[in-house]
Design a protein around this ligand. Structure first.
Ligand SMILES: [Zn+2]
Length: 267
């Protein structure tokens, strides 16, 4: 019996039990905000735009005009959006476990995704235009000696699952959620969504599908720690909370913008 409870199985079990005891409370709140035109918002220095909360799946496809700015670590290509955060995750794994977190597959072009689709079944390889690898926001990672499904057999690999959120990463296709994501459990496929979203997703055991489309009521603001979050239907204007030190606007690819603002530190 104990023999069955080793490695990955035991990890999944402890993760499942852990999920009953952890949660992240996000609360609706009133905030002062200014309504800006998109053009105006794009011209402000304190407001950045990115695609870190873009939902890509069989229902929400990539658009042809998405351009990915690439950066490289060990010859693996990834979106510029995730470069810094991924480097921090690599450093943390190295520092804590003395192991190297490596990339098996990073950014892929449509042509590269097509050749993978021809090799693997559809619950493993996403169709062209529905793979996050084409955004450069996702990476298939491994720890030296623990590749693919074996990643959870290594403590360093399990750290990626349990602490990746501290660096803005989630396990995009969690165990037991294939009915929602369409993809079987992939402990090696990490996706950058940024802070504090990764933490809220992990603590509440959500899929990105649930988080993007149904976790928030659109058009209002929520508070989580030092962050303000709001999901707003795309239009000519956008509500930006006042008095924040930085604001990030992410197109979620479902017709909405996520506004994530970090409240100014009181000195
Ligand atoms: Zn992958």
């Amino acid at each position: 019996m104990l023999g069955l409870l080793k490695g990955d199985t035991l990890f999944r079990l402890t993760q499942k039990i852990g999920s009953w005891f952890r949660s992240a409370d996000v609360t609706a709140c009133e905030v002062d905000y200014t309504v800006l035109t998109l053009e105006d918002a794009k011209s402000r220095e304190t407001i950045r735009f990115d695609d870190s909360l873009s939902l890509i799946n069989r229902d929400y496809h990539l658009s042809d005009d998405d351009v990915v700015f690439l950066d490289y670590i060990d010859n693996a290509a990834m979106s510029h959006t995730i470069y810094e955060a991924y480097g921090q995750l690599v450093d943390a794994v190295q520092e804590k476990y003395g192991k190297k977190l490596c990339i098996r597959s990073g950014y892929r072009t449509a042509e590269e995704q097509q050749s993978i689709v021809q090799t693997y079944p559809s619950d493993i390889a996403a169709a062209v235009g529905t793979s996050e690898h084409q955004t450069g926001l996702s990476l298939d990672v491994y720890i030296e000696g623990s590749v693919g499904g074996k990643i959870n057999r290594s403590r360093a690999g399990r750290f990626v699952s349990t602490n990746g959120y501290e660096y803005g990463f989630i396990i995009r296709y969690p165990y037991g959620k294939k009915d929602i994501t369409g993809i079987t459990y992939e402990p090696w496929h990490i996706r950058y969504v940024g802070k504090p979203h990764a933490e809220i997703i992990y603590m509440n055991s959500l899929t990105l599908e649930e988080y993007i489309t149904s976790f928030y009521k659109a058009g209002i603001f929520y508070e989580y720690g030092e962050y303000l979050i709001s999901r707003q239907e795309k239009s000519e204007t956008i509500m930006i909370p006042s008095g924040c030190e930085s604001v990030l606007v992410s197109d979620d690819n479902t017709g909405y913008y996520f506004v994530t603002a970090k409240k100014e530190r009181k000195t």
